[in-house]
Design a protein around this ligand. Structure first.
Ligand code: AMP
Length: 420
Protein backbone atom coordinates (compact mmCIF):
# COMPACT_ATOMS: atom_id res chain seq x y z
CA UNK A 1 0.00 0.00 0.00
CA UNK A 2 1.32 3.44 -0.88
CA UNK A 3 1.18 6.21 1.68
CA UNK A 4 1.42 9.97 1.33
CA UNK A 5 5.11 10.93 1.61
CA UNK A 6 6.37 11.67 5.14
CA UNK A 7 5.55 15.21 6.23
CA UNK A 8 2.68 15.59 3.74
CA UNK A 9 -1.01 14.95 4.23
CA UNK A 10 -4.25 14.56 2.37
CA UNK A 11 -6.92 17.11 3.13
CA UNK A 12 -10.01 14.94 3.43
CA UNK A 13 -13.57 16.00 2.57
CA UNK A 14 -14.50 16.35 6.25
CA UNK A 15 -11.61 18.82 6.77
CA UNK A 16 -12.47 20.95 3.75
CA UNK A 17 -14.85 23.27 5.62
CA UNK A 18 -11.91 24.59 7.69
CA UNK A 19 -9.82 25.22 4.60
CA UNK A 20 -12.64 26.94 2.78
CA UNK A 21 -13.35 29.08 5.86
CA UNK A 22 -9.73 30.24 6.22
CA UNK A 23 -9.30 30.86 2.49
CA UNK A 24 -12.58 32.80 2.23
CA UNK A 25 -11.55 34.97 5.19
CA UNK A 26 -8.13 35.54 3.63
CA UNK A 27 -9.64 36.60 0.30
CA UNK A 28 -12.22 38.88 1.97
CA UNK A 29 -9.44 40.47 4.06
CA UNK A 30 -7.41 41.23 0.94
CA UNK A 31 -10.38 42.93 -0.70
CA UNK A 32 -10.79 45.00 2.47
CA UNK A 33 -7.17 46.18 2.33
CA UNK A 34 -6.89 46.50 -1.46
CA UNK A 35 -4.67 43.51 -2.22
CA UNK A 36 -4.94 41.55 -5.48
CA UNK A 37 -4.25 37.87 -5.95
CA UNK A 38 -1.12 36.63 -7.68
CA UNK A 39 -0.38 32.99 -8.47
CA UNK A 40 3.14 31.91 -9.25
CA UNK A 41 4.49 28.50 -10.35
CA UNK A 42 5.09 25.74 -7.81
CA UNK A 43 8.74 25.60 -8.90
CA UNK A 44 11.20 28.34 -9.78
CA UNK A 45 14.85 28.74 -10.72
CA UNK A 46 16.97 27.40 -7.85
CA UNK A 47 19.10 30.58 -7.83
CA UNK A 48 16.08 32.81 -7.17
CA UNK A 49 15.70 31.27 -3.73
CA UNK A 50 19.41 31.10 -2.91
CA UNK A 51 19.77 34.77 -3.83
CA UNK A 52 16.72 35.87 -1.85
CA UNK A 53 16.64 33.67 1.22
CA UNK A 54 20.41 33.58 1.74
CA UNK A 55 23.05 30.89 1.34
CA UNK A 56 23.56 30.34 5.04
CA UNK A 57 19.92 29.93 6.02
CA UNK A 58 18.48 26.57 7.10
CA UNK A 59 16.02 26.74 4.23
CA UNK A 60 18.74 26.97 1.57
CA UNK A 61 21.33 24.71 3.20
CA UNK A 62 19.01 21.91 4.32
CA UNK A 63 15.41 22.24 3.33
CA UNK A 64 14.94 22.92 -0.36
CA UNK A 65 13.55 20.33 -2.76
CA UNK A 66 15.86 20.96 -5.70
CA UNK A 67 16.05 18.90 -8.87
CA UNK A 68 17.27 19.08 -12.42
CA UNK A 69 14.60 18.81 -15.10
CA UNK A 70 15.11 16.81 -18.28
CA UNK A 71 16.72 19.86 -19.88
CA UNK A 72 19.27 20.02 -17.07
CA UNK A 73 17.79 23.18 -15.50
CA UNK A 74 18.11 23.40 -11.72
CA UNK A 75 14.68 24.06 -10.22
CA UNK A 76 13.37 24.27 -6.66
CA UNK A 77 9.90 23.62 -5.27
CA UNK A 78 8.75 26.91 -3.70
CA UNK A 79 10.06 27.01 -0.09
CA UNK A 80 8.48 30.44 0.58
CA UNK A 81 6.22 32.93 -1.16
CA UNK A 82 7.94 36.33 -1.19
CA UNK A 83 10.77 35.70 -3.65
CA UNK A 84 8.41 34.43 -6.40
CA UNK A 85 6.16 37.48 -5.89
CA UNK A 86 9.17 39.80 -6.31
CA UNK A 87 10.31 37.85 -9.36
CA UNK A 88 6.84 38.27 -10.90
CA UNK A 89 6.77 41.99 -9.93
CA UNK A 90 9.97 42.50 -11.93
CA UNK A 91 9.16 40.13 -14.78
CA UNK A 92 5.79 41.77 -15.51
CA UNK A 93 6.91 45.37 -14.99
CA UNK A 94 4.56 45.91 -12.06
CA UNK A 95 6.89 48.75 -11.01
CA UNK A 96 5.19 50.78 -13.76
CA UNK A 97 1.92 50.74 -11.81
CA UNK A 98 1.16 53.25 -9.05
CA UNK A 99 3.13 52.12 -5.99
CA UNK A 100 2.86 50.36 -3.64
CA UNK A 101 1.58 47.35 -5.55
CA UNK A 102 -0.38 45.15 -3.13
CA UNK A 103 -0.44 41.44 -3.86
CA UNK A 104 -1.49 38.30 -2.02
CA UNK A 105 -1.11 34.56 -2.53
CA UNK A 106 -2.41 31.25 -1.25
CA UNK A 107 0.34 28.79 -2.03
CA UNK A 108 1.71 25.34 -1.35
CA UNK A 109 5.14 25.50 0.28
CA UNK A 110 7.79 22.75 0.38
CA UNK A 111 10.52 22.40 2.97
CA UNK A 112 12.48 19.28 3.80
CA UNK A 113 12.14 19.60 7.58
CA UNK A 114 11.93 17.05 10.36
CA UNK A 115 8.17 16.44 10.49
CA UNK A 116 6.51 17.12 13.85
CA UNK A 117 3.36 18.83 15.13
CA UNK A 118 2.90 22.05 13.16
CA UNK A 119 5.91 21.36 10.94
CA UNK A 120 5.44 19.57 7.64
CA UNK A 121 7.34 19.01 4.42
CA UNK A 122 4.43 20.32 2.42
CA UNK A 123 2.31 23.06 3.94
CA UNK A 124 0.19 25.99 2.78
CA UNK A 125 0.71 29.68 3.28
CA UNK A 126 -1.42 32.78 2.91
CA UNK A 127 0.81 35.78 2.37
CA UNK A 128 0.51 39.41 1.32
CA UNK A 129 3.11 41.87 0.09
CA UNK A 130 3.06 45.67 -0.35
CA UNK A 131 5.84 46.51 -2.79
CA UNK A 132 7.14 49.96 -3.69
CA UNK A 133 6.99 52.19 -0.62
CA UNK A 134 9.10 52.57 2.50
CA UNK A 135 6.58 54.45 4.66
CA UNK A 136 6.49 52.99 8.19
CA UNK A 137 2.71 53.46 8.00
CA UNK A 138 2.75 50.53 5.57
CA UNK A 139 4.54 48.32 8.13
CA UNK A 140 1.85 49.24 10.66
CA UNK A 141 -0.90 48.57 8.12
CA UNK A 142 0.50 45.11 7.35
CA UNK A 143 0.64 44.30 11.06
CA UNK A 144 -2.88 45.64 11.53
CA UNK A 145 -4.05 43.54 8.58
CA UNK A 146 -2.50 40.50 10.22
CA UNK A 147 -4.39 41.20 13.44
CA UNK A 148 -7.59 41.68 11.46
CA UNK A 149 -7.03 38.35 9.71
CA UNK A 150 -6.75 36.35 12.93
CA UNK A 151 -9.61 38.29 14.53
CA UNK A 152 -12.05 37.71 11.68
CA UNK A 153 -11.23 34.00 11.91
CA UNK A 154 -12.42 34.21 15.50
CA UNK A 155 -8.99 33.53 17.02
CA UNK A 156 -8.45 35.50 20.18
CA UNK A 157 -5.38 34.21 21.97
CA UNK A 158 -2.46 35.56 19.97
CA UNK A 159 0.21 38.22 20.46
CA UNK A 160 2.71 40.17 18.40
CA UNK A 161 6.49 40.17 18.72
CA UNK A 162 8.37 43.03 17.08
CA UNK A 163 11.96 43.91 16.31
CA UNK A 164 14.05 45.99 13.91
CA UNK A 165 17.16 44.47 12.38
CA UNK A 166 18.38 47.65 10.69
CA UNK A 167 19.67 48.10 7.17
CA UNK A 168 22.86 47.58 5.12
CA UNK A 169 24.27 50.71 6.71
CA UNK A 170 23.88 49.94 10.41
CA UNK A 171 23.73 46.16 10.40
CA UNK A 172 27.48 45.55 9.90
CA UNK A 173 28.23 47.27 13.24
CA UNK A 174 25.64 45.12 14.94
CA UNK A 175 26.86 41.93 13.28
CA UNK A 176 30.39 42.79 14.47
CA UNK A 177 29.13 43.13 18.04
CA UNK A 178 27.26 39.82 17.73
CA UNK A 179 30.38 38.10 16.41
CA UNK A 180 32.45 39.42 19.28
CA UNK A 181 29.88 38.31 21.82
CA UNK A 182 29.43 34.82 20.39
CA UNK A 183 33.18 34.31 19.84
CA UNK A 184 33.59 34.58 23.60
CA UNK A 185 31.10 31.69 24.01
CA UNK A 186 31.96 29.62 20.98
CA UNK A 187 32.46 26.36 22.89
CA UNK A 188 28.87 26.52 24.21
CA UNK A 189 27.33 26.87 20.74
CA UNK A 190 25.78 23.97 18.84
CA UNK A 191 27.94 22.69 15.93
CA UNK A 192 25.71 24.39 13.31
CA UNK A 193 26.05 27.76 15.05
CA UNK A 194 29.80 27.36 15.39
CA UNK A 195 30.05 27.22 11.61
CA UNK A 196 27.40 29.91 11.07
CA UNK A 197 29.22 32.34 13.35
CA UNK A 198 31.79 33.31 10.74
CA UNK A 199 29.43 33.66 7.82
CA UNK A 200 26.04 34.72 9.19
CA UNK A 201 26.00 35.52 12.93
CA UNK A 202 22.43 36.88 12.78
CA UNK A 203 21.19 33.32 12.29
CA UNK A 204 22.50 32.39 15.74
CA UNK A 205 19.71 34.37 17.34
CA UNK A 206 17.00 32.09 15.97
CA UNK A 207 18.72 28.78 16.66
CA UNK A 208 16.31 26.64 18.65
CA UNK A 209 18.90 24.56 20.54
CA UNK A 210 18.70 25.15 24.26
CA UNK A 211 22.33 26.26 24.78
CA UNK A 212 22.07 28.72 21.89
CA UNK A 213 18.70 30.01 23.13
CA UNK A 214 20.24 30.88 26.49
CA UNK A 215 23.15 32.68 24.87
CA UNK A 216 20.80 34.56 22.55
CA UNK A 217 18.96 35.93 25.56
CA UNK A 218 22.01 37.96 26.61
CA UNK A 219 23.28 38.77 23.11
CA UNK A 220 23.62 42.39 21.92
CA UNK A 221 20.34 43.85 20.66
CA UNK A 222 19.93 45.09 17.08
CA UNK A 223 17.78 48.03 18.18
CA UNK A 224 20.79 49.43 20.06
CA UNK A 225 22.74 49.68 16.81
CA UNK A 226 20.17 51.28 14.50
CA UNK A 227 21.28 54.20 12.31
CA UNK A 228 19.22 57.42 12.68
CA UNK A 229 16.98 56.57 9.68
CA UNK A 230 16.25 53.03 10.91
CA UNK A 231 15.69 54.35 14.41
CA UNK A 232 13.20 56.93 13.19
CA UNK A 233 11.46 54.30 11.03
CA UNK A 234 11.16 51.92 13.98
CA UNK A 235 9.91 54.71 16.28
CA UNK A 236 7.19 55.58 13.77
CA UNK A 237 6.11 51.95 13.34
CA UNK A 238 5.69 51.68 17.10
CA UNK A 239 3.86 55.03 17.26
CA UNK A 240 1.41 53.89 14.60
CA UNK A 241 0.84 50.58 16.37
CA UNK A 242 -0.02 52.52 19.51
CA UNK A 243 -2.45 54.65 17.46
CA UNK A 244 -3.97 51.39 16.16
CA UNK A 245 -4.22 50.12 19.76
CA UNK A 246 -2.26 47.08 18.71
CA UNK A 247 -0.22 45.66 21.59
CA UNK A 248 3.20 44.14 20.85
CA UNK A 249 6.29 42.98 22.69
CA UNK A 250 9.80 43.89 21.60
CA UNK A 251 11.91 40.77 21.13
CA UNK A 252 15.57 41.29 20.32
CA UNK A 253 15.97 37.60 19.36
CA UNK A 254 13.47 37.90 16.53
CA UNK A 255 15.44 37.96 13.26
CA UNK A 256 13.29 35.57 11.12
CA UNK A 257 14.83 32.70 9.22
CA UNK A 258 15.37 34.45 5.89
CA UNK A 259 18.20 36.85 5.02
CA UNK A 260 16.21 39.32 2.96
CA UNK A 261 14.62 41.11 5.90
CA UNK A 262 15.57 44.69 6.75
CA UNK A 263 14.26 46.99 9.48
CA UNK A 264 10.89 45.81 10.83
CA UNK A 265 10.35 42.12 11.57
CA UNK A 266 7.36 40.72 13.42
CA UNK A 267 5.81 37.41 14.36
CA UNK A 268 2.47 36.24 15.68
CA UNK A 269 2.43 33.69 18.49
CA UNK A 270 -0.54 31.85 19.90
CA UNK A 271 -0.56 32.91 23.56
CA UNK A 272 -1.19 29.50 24.99
CA UNK A 273 2.14 28.03 23.97
CA UNK A 274 5.52 29.60 23.66
CA UNK A 275 8.15 27.88 21.54
CA UNK A 276 9.83 27.52 18.22
CA UNK A 277 7.28 25.49 16.26
CA UNK A 278 4.21 27.49 17.04
CA UNK A 279 4.46 30.83 15.19
CA UNK A 280 1.13 31.45 13.51
CA UNK A 281 2.74 33.75 11.02
CA UNK A 282 5.46 36.29 10.48
CA UNK A 283 6.68 39.04 8.25
CA UNK A 284 8.60 42.23 7.87
CA UNK A 285 10.34 44.64 5.53
CA UNK A 286 12.62 43.56 2.75
CA UNK A 287 13.79 46.86 1.26
CA UNK A 288 16.76 45.43 -0.66
CA UNK A 289 15.28 42.28 -2.15
CA UNK A 290 13.91 43.68 -5.42
CA UNK A 291 17.25 45.37 -6.11
CA UNK A 292 19.06 42.14 -5.22
CA UNK A 293 16.97 40.43 -7.90
CA UNK A 294 17.95 42.96 -10.55
CA UNK A 295 15.37 45.74 -10.08
CA UNK A 296 15.69 49.35 -8.97
CA UNK A 297 15.82 50.04 -5.21
CA UNK A 298 12.25 49.22 -4.14
CA UNK A 299 11.23 49.04 -0.49
CA UNK A 300 8.61 46.44 0.42
CA UNK A 301 6.90 44.82 3.38
CA UNK A 302 4.88 41.63 3.77
CA UNK A 303 3.55 38.81 5.87
CA UNK A 304 2.89 35.05 5.62
CA UNK A 305 0.86 32.65 7.72
CA UNK A 306 0.78 28.86 7.78
CA UNK A 307 -2.75 27.59 7.16
CA UNK A 308 -2.25 24.21 8.92
CA UNK A 309 -1.27 25.97 12.15
CA UNK A 310 -4.24 28.32 11.89
CA UNK A 311 -6.59 25.37 11.50
CA UNK A 312 -5.00 23.59 14.48
CA UNK A 313 -5.64 26.72 16.54
CA UNK A 314 -9.23 27.03 15.31
CA UNK A 315 -9.86 23.46 16.45
CA UNK A 316 -8.12 24.12 19.80
CA UNK A 317 -10.21 27.23 20.40
CA UNK A 318 -13.41 25.39 19.50
CA UNK A 319 -14.18 27.51 16.43
CA UNK A 320 -16.27 25.57 13.90
CA UNK A 321 -16.48 26.73 10.30
CA UNK A 322 -19.83 26.90 8.51
CA UNK A 323 -20.69 23.54 6.95
CA UNK A 324 -20.16 23.32 3.21
CA UNK A 325 -23.19 23.04 0.95
CA UNK A 326 -23.94 19.45 -0.05
CA UNK A 327 -26.26 17.72 -2.48
CA UNK A 328 -29.78 18.01 -1.12
CA UNK A 329 -31.62 15.55 -3.34
CA UNK A 330 -30.99 11.84 -3.87
CA UNK A 331 -32.67 9.97 -6.71
CA UNK A 332 -33.36 6.29 -6.05
CA UNK A 333 -34.69 3.87 -8.66
CA UNK A 334 -35.26 0.19 -9.26
CA UNK A 335 -33.08 -0.24 -12.35
CA UNK A 336 -33.26 -0.36 -16.20
CA UNK A 337 -36.03 1.98 -17.45
CA UNK A 338 -36.38 3.74 -14.11
CA UNK A 339 -32.63 4.45 -14.13
CA UNK A 340 -33.04 6.20 -17.49
CA UNK A 341 -35.75 8.40 -15.95
CA UNK A 342 -33.51 9.03 -12.91
CA UNK A 343 -30.66 10.22 -15.15
CA UNK A 344 -33.03 12.54 -16.99
CA UNK A 345 -34.56 14.03 -13.85
CA UNK A 346 -31.13 14.46 -12.22
CA UNK A 347 -29.80 16.35 -15.22
CA UNK A 348 -32.88 18.62 -15.43
CA UNK A 349 -32.73 19.45 -11.71
CA UNK A 350 -29.00 20.20 -11.84
CA UNK A 351 -29.58 22.49 -14.83
CA UNK A 352 -32.00 24.36 -12.56
CA UNK A 353 -29.24 24.66 -9.93
CA UNK A 354 -30.53 21.96 -7.58
CA UNK A 355 -27.68 19.77 -6.28
CA UNK A 356 -28.52 16.12 -6.96
CA UNK A 357 -26.91 12.71 -6.45
CA UNK A 358 -28.37 9.96 -8.64
CA UNK A 359 -28.08 6.34 -7.54
CA UNK A 360 -25.97 4.12 -9.77
CA UNK A 361 -25.64 0.33 -9.93
CA UNK A 362 -28.26 -2.18 -8.91
CA UNK A 363 -28.46 -1.88 -5.13
CA UNK A 364 -31.77 -2.43 -3.37
CA UNK A 365 -34.02 0.54 -2.72
CA UNK A 366 -33.30 0.15 0.99
CA UNK A 367 -29.53 0.36 0.43
CA UNK A 368 -30.00 3.41 -1.81
CA UNK A 369 -32.02 5.21 0.87
CA UNK A 370 -29.39 4.31 3.47
CA UNK A 371 -26.81 5.95 1.24
CA UNK A 372 -29.02 9.04 0.84
CA UNK A 373 -29.18 9.35 4.63
CA UNK A 374 -25.45 8.92 5.09
CA UNK A 375 -24.85 11.63 2.47
CA UNK A 376 -27.06 13.97 4.55
CA UNK A 377 -29.49 14.54 1.66
CA UNK A 378 -32.70 16.30 2.58
CA UNK A 379 -34.93 14.62 0.00
CA UNK A 380 -35.11 11.33 -1.85
CA UNK A 381 -36.98 10.99 -5.12
CA UNK A 382 -38.07 7.38 -5.57
CA UNK A 383 -38.82 6.09 -9.05
CA UNK A 384 -40.41 2.63 -9.40
CA UNK A 385 -42.01 1.03 -12.44
CA UNK A 386 -45.46 2.30 -11.43
CA UNK A 387 -44.07 5.85 -11.03
CA UNK A 388 -42.55 5.60 -14.48
CA UNK A 389 -45.92 4.78 -15.96
CA UNK A 390 -47.84 7.51 -14.13
CA UNK A 391 -45.00 10.08 -14.31
CA UNK A 392 -45.71 10.77 -10.65
CA UNK A 393 -42.81 9.97 -8.29
CA UNK A 394 -42.52 9.63 -4.53
CA UNK A 395 -40.76 12.53 -2.83
CA UNK A 396 -39.59 11.61 0.65
CA UNK A 397 -38.41 14.18 3.19
CA UNK A 398 -35.54 12.28 4.79
CA UNK A 399 -35.49 14.51 7.86
CA UNK A 400 -39.16 14.14 8.81
CA UNK A 401 -39.84 10.81 7.07
CA UNK A 402 -42.94 12.29 5.39
CA UNK A 403 -43.54 11.48 1.76
CA UNK A 404 -45.87 12.56 -1.00
CA UNK A 405 -46.62 11.91 -4.64
CA UNK A 406 -45.34 14.60 -6.98
CA UNK A 407 -45.67 14.85 -10.75
CA UNK A 408 -42.24 14.82 -12.41
CA UNK A 409 -43.12 18.10 -14.12
CA UNK A 410 -43.58 19.74 -10.68
CA UNK A 411 -40.35 18.50 -9.07
CA UNK A 412 -38.23 21.41 -10.21
CA UNK A 413 -40.58 24.11 -8.93
CA UNK A 414 -41.12 22.33 -5.64
CA UNK A 415 -37.44 21.67 -4.94
CA UNK A 416 -36.33 25.13 -6.10
CA UNK A 417 -38.47 26.61 -3.33
CA UNK A 418 -36.57 24.53 -0.82
CA UNK A 419 -32.97 24.29 -2.01
CA UNK A 420 -31.60 24.01 1.51
P1 AMP B 1 8.21 31.49 7.46
O1 AMP B 1 8.29 31.79 6.01
O2 AMP B 1 9.18 30.47 7.89
O3 AMP B 1 8.20 32.67 8.31
O4 AMP B 1 6.80 30.80 7.63
C1 AMP B 1 5.61 31.54 7.70
C2 AMP B 1 4.58 30.73 8.47
O5 AMP B 1 4.35 29.49 7.81
C3 AMP B 1 5.06 30.31 9.86
O6 AMP B 1 4.79 31.29 10.80
C4 AMP B 1 4.22 29.07 10.09
O7 AMP B 1 2.92 29.41 10.50
C5 AMP B 1 4.15 28.45 8.73
N1 AMP B 1 5.18 27.41 8.52
C6 AMP B 1 6.49 27.57 8.24
N2 AMP B 1 7.09 26.39 8.07
C7 AMP B 1 6.16 25.45 8.24
C8 AMP B 1 6.15 24.02 8.18
N3 AMP B 1 7.26 23.33 7.89
N4 AMP B 1 4.99 23.36 8.41
C9 AMP B 1 3.86 24.04 8.67
N5 AMP B 1 3.79 25.39 8.75
C10 AMP B 1 4.92 26.09 8.53
Amino acid sequence: MYKAPRGTSDILPEEQAYWRYVEDKAIALCTLYGYQRLETPVFEDFHLFVRSIGEETDIVTKEMYTFKDKGGKKLTLRPEGTAPVCRAYLEHGLYNLPQPVKLYYLATIFRYERPQAGRYRQHHQFGFEAIGDGDPALDAEVIDMTRQFYSTLGLTQFSFKLNSIGCWLCRPEYVKALKEYYSRHISSLCPDCQTRLERNPLRLLDCKKLACLNLAELAPKSIEYLCPKCQSHFDKVQEYLVVLELPFQLDHKLVRGLDYYTRTVFEVQPQTEAGAQTALGGGGRYDDLIEELGGKPTPAVGFAAGLERIITNLVKQGISPPTLPRATVFIAHVGSETEKEAIKIASKLRQAGIPVIAAVGDRSLKAQLRQANSLDCHYAIIIGTEELKTQVVTLRDLLSGEQKAVAITHLQVLLSQDKG
